[in-house]
Design a protein around this ligand. Structure first.
Ligand code: HEC
Length: 164
């Protein structure tokens, strides 16, 4: 099907505006507008709550992965985690596939800006409407508290998935 150019343009502009109108996290971090174009670092499934996750990175994060420069991650690296409820694939029941979108979370490395949380800024938006998570900027202390478990891995849980 060929879409008339005006309709196509309206569709593209419409989705870009929706993203730009998403409210920032309480600590001021704004939704990175290009996160859907970031590349995959790893994928995982949580069996306890039946969710699927894609871990993605911006250009700086991917460059760090490819050059093995992730301990520590460089300033400018941003890592995203996209979470979906899982469901059985209708035409292949053994496969779990993404169902409803649940949330997106980010960690942004900036040692000068976030010295009290391991050099990482945290942000999270929930649901299809991308509602910012947290009542005030202190929400990041909860994120950081749990990520301290992997302090020796620069506060990052996921290892880049092996590639040939
Ligand atoms: C109770 C523990 C816990 C809390 C609280 C928590 N996380 Fe995580 N986070 C994890 C675990 C475990 C992973 C590994 C991936 C997974 O299990 O989905 C992870 C992964 C991530 C990742 C991908 C990078 C990585 O470390 O692997 C980001 C980004 C992230 N979390 C952001 C946040 C943000 C933002 C908050 C606060 C709003 C937060 N996390 C709070 C446990 C936690």
């Amino acid at each position: 099907m060929v879409l008339p150019a005006t309709l196509l343009a309206a569709t593209l502009v419409g989705s870009a505006l929706a993203e730009e109108s998403v409210a920032p996290a309480p600590n001021g971090i704004t939704l990175p507008l290009d996160y859907k174009d970031w590349r995959v670092i790893s994928v995982l499934q949580r069996t306890d709550n039946d969710t699927l996750r894609a871990i993605v990175g911006n250009d700086a994060a991917i460059a760090a992965v490819r050059s093995g420069n992730t301990k520590p991650w460089p300033d400018g690296a941003m890592i995203g985690k996209l979470v979906w409820r899982a469901k059985a694939r209708p035409n292949w029941g053994d496969a779990r596939v993404p169902d409803r979108f649940q949330e997106v979370e980010f960690m942004r490395k900036d040692r000068a800006k976030y010295p009290t949380t391991g050099g990482w800024g945290f942000a999270k938006w929930s649901g299809k409407r991308l509602t910012p998570f947290g009542d005030d900027a202190n929400f990041a202390l909860e994120c950081f508290g749990c990520h301290t478990l992997v302090k020796d891995n620069d506060f990052i849980f996921v290892e880049p998935a092996p590639l040939p």
